[in-house]
Design a protein around this ligand. Sequence first.
Ligand code: ADP
Ligand code: ADP
Ligand code: ZN
Ligand code: ZN
Length: 950
Amino acid sequence: MPDEVIAVRGARVHNLKNVTVEIPINKLTVVTGVSGSGKSSLAFDTIYAEGQRRYVESLSAYARQFLERMDKPEVDEVVGICPAISIRQKNSTRNPRSTVATQTEIYDYLRLLFARIGQTCCSNCGRVVTRDTPESVADSILQLPDGTRFYVMFPASPAAEETSASSNGSAKQKKRSREQQAAQHTKINAHLMSLMQRGFTRLFKNGSVIELETPDSFTGNSFADTFVLVDRLAVRDDVRSRLVDSLEICYQSGEGQAVIQLAGENRRMSFSEGFECKQCGIRFGAPEPRLFSFNNPFGACPTCQGFGNTIGLDLDLVIPNRELSLAAGAIDPWTKPQYDWAQKDLLKFCKQEGIATNVPFRQLSRDQQRTIVKGRNGFDGIIGFFDWLETKKYKLHVRVFLSKYRGYTVCPDCGGSRLRLEARLVKVAGKTLPEVCAMTSAEAAEFFSDIKLSEEQLAVAERLLYEIRSRLKFLNDVGLQYLSLDRLASTLSGGEAQRIQLATNLGASLVGALYVLDEPSIGLHPRDNDRLIRILKDLRDIGNTVLVVEHEPEMMLAADKVIDIGPGAGELGGEVVFSGSPKEMVESGQSLTGKYLRGELEIKPPKNRRLLGPRALTVKGAGEHNLKGIDVTIPLGIMVCITGVSGSGKSTLVHDVIYAGLKKQRGEWTGKVGSFGKLEGSQFIDDVVLVDQSPIGRTPRSNPVTYIKVYDAIRDLFASTREAQARGFDASHFSFNVPGGRCERCEGNGVEIKEMQFLADVELICEECKGMRFKSSLLEVKYKGRSIHDVLDMTVREAMLFFSNINRIAARLRVLDDVGLGYLRLGQSATTLSGGEAQRVKLAAYLSRRTSERTLYIFDEPTTGLHFDDINRLLAAFRQLIEAGGSIAIIEHNLDVIKSADWIIDLGPEGGDEGGRVVAEGPPSVIAESPASHTGRYLAGALKNYSQRE
Ligand code: ADP
Ligand code: ADP
Ligand code: ZN
Ligand code: ZN
């Protein structure tokens, strides 16, 4: 029997040229090829899209009605497709409350776990609150020595009816109290009658039993300290079931109360069916799953509504620079002349308490810092100062002053845990739910692996523990062991978000599905690649088909099948150049990828490295997130790589500290800046730019040529034709951003967006202009026989030829080709560019600027989406920037880029708390010899191969 396959015949999506391929079922297949060759068009836009359609087809009739309106991929036939799930890079979290734990469903299981086996601890005394069942009471009573005699009872009168008949005072009051006494007597009699009718004939009071012949046998005037006797027993092996029955009677007739009195002794034990502290009598709500949900008003902290923070005094704004000493004005509000007295008070207080006022604030002990914030011994502290200001808020200038120090701060009630008090009183194995969520996934895995529970708890929780443990294991397997469970999903990088989805899908253990993944190795250090490959194989081995778009050589070699798309990009690609096992690919060396894998082609590190110059940027005391107050020097004028395992602190250092810090110094930043002491050397740079992967525009009206500003020259050219002048068209008519020449129905977009209820929005070609974006009169204007629409439809390469005699256009277009984007169409809308393409369009824009002198360019994984062959070009573009006087700092995991760097700063050694230090710095050869550096180990391999082949 032939192996089962998904057979694609005649795929023509985007640039695909009638592609026919087979994806083996239950195998791991890698699709590779140069950037723009058509990998995503095949994997996502054809195979996944078709799987998605079939899946919708199998759903309800309601969902099906939208089916015919979903775009059908341009393909003759896809046979054997299964329901498809795509895992892409985009961090698409919309819910601001979503966390790592909620996204992976770990939180759902934790809620159930806490609801089922959690122990509530009394808010007053901390004792465990229990509910006594007749069985549990019987168990504890039968622990008493054999033969111990005892009474089973319940309080004669419910506490609420208790009226204390204290009487004294005036005659009037006496008369009233006589009336009250009579009423009380009637009430007592009625209650006794009802007890007797139910068969209770004995009371117990003050150590003796009262036999009730008639109600009058009881002479007391209240039921205080009086009990109804249900049974008399002695501890023996065979009394258990009778005892349980009697206790049940107590609960039924005594409003959930039962009392055991030892005969002839003064010892008495109270039990209650209710969920309350036996010591303090405080009643609690029994834990239930919704109590632990911060998305549910029942469980959310009422103060912050489950967001974990509120607007309030932001200490980071009050003490913006912890490098300053108290004397030098660390407390910002007290540096203002009108609050000079507060600064004087502070200095006096510090002298008194022996707190140093001439060392950086951050060097003070925790206790000293807290004292300054909270106050002590007559000194009000920062909080006291602001409380006092609050009372002066009727003055406008005070309100303005206060607003400068307000920001999002941790909710004072729930401490950021987002849950109401009742939920935070519940513990499992000594930890509350917020405490568990504050753990990293590695810590949580350890906690749950050797958790100590009673037999009973284990029986209830076994299944839940299994689910929690396996999900934690998946998180660790995908290399996210350093993320805390309560980390907000919105703060994760694209790669981290993708790997969370991967872990979640592994947890769901769906079988018979097709998983399509987009470069899952992004953001992963080579060290963690093995684990990632292992996971994809696991996904396959439980019975799924896995299709991965990937450039990483190890992943290709580990696959069951490799499909190489190419040979070039865009029009020059779109064909299957190789399809077979990785072994065959290496052996045949037929395709470009195969040649790189064989080592026939390679990325050579430069012969000479650039040397350190005198210019450098130094940050001191960087302490944001996991950074350990480190000093880091970035040499300028050369190519610097910042490396380290995922979570080691690269983004924190480069984005939050260096980029934001430099921008802030230049007055171009109002957002948050990561904490650091000093940033030196900024006099050496005139500009700092972050070349990231965010889109170059959000409307179809932005495109590569508008972004690199070459479109203006093209418009001018069209406006200068005789035809245009005869009709009175100027350059603005050739813009699709302003009315005039553009199609007004679609406002120059060429498409109309239709919002679908629950499916992704769909784009429909504009009916008026048929996607040509301009009015027909304008399209009649031709340059060298082509309309403006024809030009926008050319690829960059075609356009370079077409405009070859007009240097100001051709030269700029060449820059796009230089960064490997020669295949893009001039008018391809910004919304269809991948993150990597957008990043390279930006790079091109900077390359085409006249001056890159004294500019620091920051890149974050610029190799995303790049094939070996593209990386060579990228490195050439970097060289160009440096030769023009620029400086480059790159966050990167790709060894081909790292080995080509002039200088490396390796962070780590691990991710999360175990990272945040500089492990090694220097040129690649130095890092390669550093035993402590994970990067060094892999780099040594990459450099060794190179010198062997020299
Ligand atoms: P890869 O995944 O190999 O980088 P793609 O499949 O994304 O390549 O792109 C193949 C070609 O199709 C490229 O020329 C690209 O510009 C083009 N393309 C991709 N998406 C769209 C789209 N939505 N509309 C038009 N062209 C597209
Ligand atoms: P890298 O870029 O090396 O992968 P990051 O700088 O992203 O590492 O992360 C370093 C540490 O800081 C990690 O422990 C990470 O979980 C933590 N971290 C990063 N961003 C945030 C954030 N917004 N909130 C809380 N912790 C964060
Ligand atoms: Zn208590
Ligand atoms: Zn239109």
